[in-house]
Unconditional design. Structure first.
Ligand code: ZN
Length: 87
């Protein structure tokens, strides 16, 4: 991770698993992803791969390609932020 200090407030960053809400078209999904989270202001930083993974999930939601996503109410649950399994 490139940041040891928060780029917003200079606070301490810790590695955490976070729930990220993603929207694509009319669909939404949550996925658990690794992030660096600021202990002071809560700013979240993601790796490039994780950001690409979010974009992939958003595209899939937009096209309603939701095979392998778990439907939870109106929202989908994506098991993990894994570029290979997303295709
Ligand atoms: Zn901060």
């Amino acid at each position: 991770m490139p940041f040891e200090k928060c780029p917003v407030c200079g606070g301490e960053m810790v590695a955490k698993e976070v729930e990220k809400l993603l929207r694509g078209g009319l669909n939404t999904a949550t996925v658990t992803a690794s992030a660096e989270v600021c202990l002071r202001c809560g700013e979240r930083l993601y790796s490039q791969d994780t950001v690409r993974c979010f974009e992939r999930i958003r595209e899939k939601l937009k096209r309603h390609e939701v095979t392998g996503f778990e439907l939870m109410g109106q929202s989908f649950r994506v098991a993990s932020c894994d570029l290979e399994s997303l295709g």
